[in-house]
Design a protein around this ligand. Sequence first.
Ligand code: VTB
Length: 332
Amino acid sequence: MSDTREPKQFVVSDRNLALELVRVTEAAALASSHWTGRGKKNDADGAAVEAMRIAFDTVAIDGTVVIGEGEMDEAPMLYIGEKVGAGGPAMDIAVDPLEGTNLCAKDMPNAITVVALAEKGNFLHAPDVYMDKIVVGPNLPDGVVDLEASIENNLRNVARAKNKPIEDIVLCTLDRERHEELIAKTREAGARVRLLSDGDVAAAIAACMDNSQVDIYAGSGGAPEGVLAAAAVRCVEGQMQGRLLFEDDAQRERAQKMNPGKDPDRKLGLHDMAAGSVLFSATGVTSGTLLRGIRRLPTHAVTHSLVMRSKSGTVRFIEGHHNFSTKTWTPQ
Ligand code: VTB
């Protein structure tokens, strides 16, 4: 008798994928933690990239890197367009193997390893330019902040929506000269400013978490980091807007080429940066507001990760205990 059933599809539940992704960010974090505090950011980054690349080999996807370490000729691994994964559904991958290389090199808070996954075609192809960003957490009225509004208005709206005096509102931004006006105006409006030396992916996520004491993340940082933050903000149902910032026409043309048919100067909503069903995982390298860093003990290391899916909105904090004597796939 002939079998009339459809051939079995290679179906991988994105629930399982979420756990596989944690292993990828854990591997990168364990590898880069050898370099914590050693003042060598490139070595720390290189270790994270290599470990992440190897860890991807066991993930059941047909993955294409869309946000990565750079173009094929600039980056030996995890370059834009590189295929990764062991085979499975076609997915786009956004990575920042060590977000905050300086933070790791100087043993300062908030260095994390980051990966986001989406079905093919759902991430903005962000060139390596700056992006103006604004982020607030969930359960606030739609449009409570707007990139085109003045910072004073945004602060006032958030204070009103959260039913707090503006004096209790905290805005977080990168400590850069380009943010002088943003910082001054925020303080003039009566709000507080938390300054970061680096790491705006963790900061954008922190703005969405109740326990972080951050109400708004604003300012310009890397555009690739913006896409990763957008994936995370989608999972926790926060709000985010972005806009690519170009220093010259060549940068604008590049963005245009990477996203044909789209206005490169447009204001980007959350779904313009990360659409469809997305998965996000991050592991702490150094301890920060979002995650604890790697703890190394004589026989094992402990990792703390955050893994989220936009479909279910489930946010998991996962503590991993990695036994050095049995773990072979990641450098100790
Ligand atoms: C930004 C930010 C990153 O580096 O890319 C920043 O998004 C670099 O900014 O989170 P500058 O060019 O102003 O130094 C990070 O802080 C770390 O990669």
